[in-house]
Design a protein around this ligand. Sequence first.
Ligand code: ATP
Ligand code: MG
Length: 278
Amino acid sequence: MSGPMSSMHGATALSGGAPDTVLTLPPAPGTHVTVRGLSKSFAGAPLYTNFSLDLPRSKIVSIFGPNGCGKSTLMNMIAGLLSPDTGEILFDGKSLKDTQIGYVFQNYRDALFPWITAWDNIAYPLKRQGMKPAAVKARVEELVALFEIRFDLQRYPYELSGGQMQTVCIMRSMATRPEVLFLDEPFSALDFEMTLFIRAKLQEAHLATGTTMVIVSHDLEDAVFLADRILLLTRRPTRIAEIVPFDLPRPRLPEAVADPAFVRAKAHTLEVFRREMR
Ligand SMILES: Nc1ncnc2c1ncn2[C@@H]1O[C@H](COP(=O)(O)OP(=O)(O)OP(=O)(O)O)[C@@H](O)[C@H]1O
Ligand SMILES: [Mg+2]
């Protein structure tokens, strides 16, 4: 490790495990998600070997690293979409099945049900839980207020702009009040104006709910902007290169990208990334 922020590394609640981390290592105080001894191979080629990680409660962690290093695989294993070969993942000591999570898929165009309205897409997970219609309506209205929705949710997905679709995806993912929200490249298909809008909405939702968020991003600015911690991964076999803290107060406005703290965090993240690319 090198650079101005590496000294803070050990002090953060999010800590990376050395390859020989003991499976029973207790989580640090304030930890929400505990990953211990995770291994995953594809076609006999190891991607993760005895990988451990703690994600702090109510923080936003961005995952950043070289192409194909396993960002999506890591998030999908934590979110239960993919089984690890070995290892344990706990949420406040509970298993996934006792934990409410939300997931925002990379491609919003394929993520919404095209045959029902935006409103029904948002209501879908609530109805599936067996929530009564009046309660569903009240919860959707809460989300409409939280996200300050001005467009007509009675429209179908194909009638919405990309940013509106992504907003609907995020509202749907938050409908069941997830403890942890996973977002895979939520900005990658958005233009800059929409990126600013979705960043602001995610940040407002985070401030209002305290939901722990994990965001995969391949854009350095996006990775830093919302993050409390930037988890930098190495090339495969994948380890933690560094965890960069970014403590700029919230709400962060678009001009935060010119703040010296932002510039420093971005420069340091880039330095670690380039070291990994060598
Ligand atoms: N189902 C699979 N079968 C075989 N190999 C896989 C599978 N899923 C992922 N991989 C391989 O594992 C590695 C990590 O993939 P993953 O999608 O997690 O990377 P990533 O960091 O999200 O990449 P990107 O930056 O391209 O989104 C890649 O080399 C990929 O080819
Ligand atoms: Mg990916």
